[in-house]
Each structure stands twice: as C-alpha cells, then as structure tokens.
Design a protein around this ligand. Sequence first.
Ligand SMILES: [Fe+2]
Ligand SMILES: [Fe+2]
Length: 139
Amino acid sequence: MSFQWKDRYRLGIEEIDGQHKRLFEIGNEAYDIAMLKSSYDRYDEILKVINSLIDYTEYHFGYEEELMKKHGYNGFDEQKKEHKFYIDKIRSLSERDIDEDQQKAILEILDFLAEWISSHIIFSDRKYATFFKENGIEV
Ligand SMILES: [Fe+2]
Ligand SMILES: [Fe+2]
C-alpha cells in the first residue's frame, strides 16, 4: 500500500516528523481518490488533492532547505536537487488528462511518489538529522 507511514521514517525532529506524516496523509488521500472506479469523473477532486500535495510538499521542502542553510548543512545542494526533481514529478501529474486510460498511469506515478519520498526520508533526510545531532544543533 502506498503512502503508509512507518516508524522507521521517524527522524526524531518533531516538526519534521509531523510534516512528513502530513505529506503521507495527503498522498494517501490522492491515492484513495485515484483508486475509485469513477475517478475519471472526478477531475476536479483529483486535481485539488494533487495541488494540495504540491503546495504542502513545497512548504515542507522550503522549511527543510531553510533549516539546512541556517545550520550550514554540507548536503544542501544535493537535497535541493532532489527536492526539485520531486516537485517536477508531482507537477507532471496535474498536467495529465484524467480519464479512464490515465487512471492506471496516475496510480503508477503515485506509487512512484510514495516510494521516492520514503527513500528520500530514510537516506537523504536522515543524513541532515544525523548532522544536526552530531553537531549538537537543536532544531
Ligand atoms: Fe523531508
Ligand atoms: Fe528532504
């Protein structure tokens, strides 16, 4: 099942963990709507939830980037690149025609987005969390 929060995603930074959970919630909502048989009749609804996914993801990435910049995190450029890639990928969803043929494609992209954000948290975000911890930076 896609967009399911797992305890191993926890970084131990309360605000960030909360934002990650919220991202999964919105992603899950998008997945639920896209799964419905009549989803191609629900263009507005799907678009709305995809737009909130874009908005919230941008907010979250911006928040992280500010934090990394503020504390001189050395993996900042890499994170920024990954974030941009991801936002572009979500945007590609809202540019699709949502009809019956597209339902499968949308679900596949949502699966990809769920996989990607999970490994981004586990590998990339965890690195800055460790960096903050090792350098005694309280966030
Ligand atoms: Fe993150
Ligand atoms: Fe990140």
